[in-house]
Design a protein around this ligand. Structure first.
Ligand code: NAP
Length: 284
């Protein structure tokens, strides 16, 4: 039976550290502030934005949600971001995705100042991942790595197999795992004999978006299984990309869904906010 890696516990201890850091910053006259921009009326985005608000407030982080109607133009969104870029009191900017059709997503994401890009989506921060330079990196890939490091899971020299090469999770993880000295294999829809590759993995990371598609037979006994997937389960609730109930009997360690990787996402954004303050030279 695998060790179940509880993301919620890790997130709780990280929140305590963040709260202490926020208190220290406030003593130095810096009140960390996160600005979130939401365009349109996507209900899931509103839930995520509100949940970040609650969490930030508990940690003493200032939070401002800028909601704009779906009819707004891309230029108006960029003008708002430009204002936030220039505002000294705003240290981090996050754009809730998806943006409505008709708005050039890439142009909007590129308008965020890289040192305020707490979601790690700006091409400059993406470039830092490739070159191994420290920058602001995307929250979910960071969560996948943090969950392993905090559980004392050795990454160096391990064969990590990623299933999924999406822009949000899989692709940044390729280089982030490489920077952790893993040997990395990347699988996707064109991969031939997926289960051959997954069975080679010491560390198997699923970032696909297909409910329970990684079955127990695809896992090498004793492997570490990190499930970044969030899917609607048949019959209600959420489930991951891994068939948890059966995989737990084969893996050495495994993250559940919910309660695994997803539990760390907001806290990684908050950690990035504190890093952004440092990068902006706002603290000693
Ligand atoms: P995405 O952009 O849709 O990418 C999915 C990837 O999976 C693609 O690379 C695709 O291959 C690959 N794939 C799809 N079906 C496959 C199959 N049958 N066999 C092998 N590969 C397959 O997804 P994403 O945005 O990266 O998100 C991935 C998952 O992470 C989703 O479940 C999402 O909900 C979740 N997520 C979680 C969090 C969190 O906080 N935990 C945050 C963001 C996303 P191709 O490239 O060939 O199409």
């Amino acid at each position: 039976m695998a060790i179940i890696i509880e993301g919620r516990k890790i997130a709780a201890s990280m929140r305590m550290e963040i709260k202490e850091e926020v208190t220290r910053l406030k003593e130095q006259g810096v009140v960390p502030k996160l600005a979130v921009v939401l365009v349109g009326d996507d209900p899931a985005s509103l839930v995520y934005a509100r949940s970040k608000e609650g969490s930030c407030k508990k940690l003493g982080i200032d939070y401002e949600l800028y909601v704009r109607p779906g009819t707004v133009s891309g230029d108006e969104v960029i003008a708002l971001i430009d204002r936030l870029n220039k505002e000294d009191s705003t240290h981090g900017i996050m754009i809730e995705l998806p943006l409505p059709k008709g708005i050039d997503k890439q142009k909007v994401l590129e308008s965020v100042l890289p040192v305020k890009d707490v979601d790690g989506v700006h091409p400059i921060n993406r470039g830092f991942i490739l070159s191994g330079v420290d920058g602001l990196f995307p929250a979910t890939p960071l969560s996948c790595i943090e969950i392993m490091l905090q559980n004392g899971i050795e990454i160096t020299g391990k064969h990590a197999v990623l299933v999924g090469r999406g822009e949000t999770v899989g692709k940044p993880l390729i280089f982030m795992m490489l920077n952790q000295n893993a040997t990395v294999t990347v699988c996707h829809t064109r991969t031939k004999d997926l289960s051959y590759h997954t069975r080679q993995a010491d560390i198997l990371i699923a970032a696909v978006g297909k409910a329970r598609m990684i079955t127990a037979g695809m896992i090498k006994p004793g492997a570490v299984v990190i499930d970044a997937g969030i899917n609607e389960a048949e019959g209600g609730g959420l489930c991951g990309d891994v068939d948890f109930e059966n995989a737990v009997k084969v893996a050495g360690a495994i993250t559940p869904v919910p309660g695994g990787v997803g539990s760390l996402t907001t806290v990684m954004i908050q950690k990035n906010l504190l890093k952004a303050i440092k990068l902006q030279g706002r603290r000693p």
